[in-house]
Design a protein around this ligand. Sequence first.
Ligand code: NDP
Length: 289
Amino acid sequence: MMINGKTKITGVFGYPVEHTLSPIIHNTAFEYLGLNYVYLPFLIKPEDIKPALSGIKTLGICGVNLTIPHKETCIPYLDSIDDDAGIIGAVNTVKLEKDKLRGFNTDAEGFILSLKNETSFKKPKGKTVFILGAGGSARAVVYALAKEKCGRIIVANRSIDRAEKLVQEINKKFPGCKMESVPLGEKSVEGYLQESHLLVNTTSVGLKHGDGLLINTNFLHKDLLFYDLIYSPFGTKLLIEAKKRKLEAIDGLGMLIYQAILAFEIWTGKKPPVKIIQHAVKNFIKQKK
Ligand code: NDP
């Protein structure tokens, strides 16, 4: 990669940011397409998000991704956000357009692209889905599945208020989808699981070694596809349990790649090489194992 006076800068703001795979994804695509861009990690503390965003304008940075903990707190400092990001309430991609900052959410569509391209779950319409978690990523996933006309979405969360708020807000936009919230640990969770076609883990549980299980895995069944948003190289306990039971189960690496591909298109207007990126990321992970 040759950096020169015309190189355009993109990157990611996060805290922490050291673990990010996004530079591999974007720099592989820039290099493959011969685009004079670079993608860099920026460690931005939560309290510094306002000056960091304003720095995009000062420095003429082309655009950035936002990750934990900036996806929601950035919104007041952007000049505009697109409709999807507005309803989801989170922004993961920012573009500098004519000296104005515009926010987008590519997590929602990235999740759906991964689901449709990488699993047998091709037609979400009318299906019943069980979501673990009600944080930022859950909002994107619920929004995406409701937009795809899922028939019923059940959101289970440790803090029930957060699940109720999510359901209320997103249901307003998609009244045709039956949405319910349930506290994690309730007996009823088991009944819901038996009726579901798709289980999505959007919590951070499973990320750390020694994390427990949020559900009784005896209620996983052969007609249930499991999608874990976590993409730890070794797989979470829940992912391992689902695979042991011969369920179709997938981690969040595909979503990570597809959300990045959509951000790449927003910044450059070009289609990145999906297969080349998948290969580069898998090689990188293999070397780290
Ligand atoms: P948030 O902090 O917004 O939400 C975290 C969620 O996890 C909440 O529902 C929270 O429940 C729950 N949770 C945390 N600890 C526990 C616990 N001990 N017991 C039960 N529930 C718990 O995070 P995000 O939604 O942004 O991210 C969640 C995960 O998704 C992360 O691991 C992240 O890496 C992954 N992710 C993957 C993406 C991909 O592209 N594959 C994209 C975005 C995220 P409560 O509300 O009760 O606190």
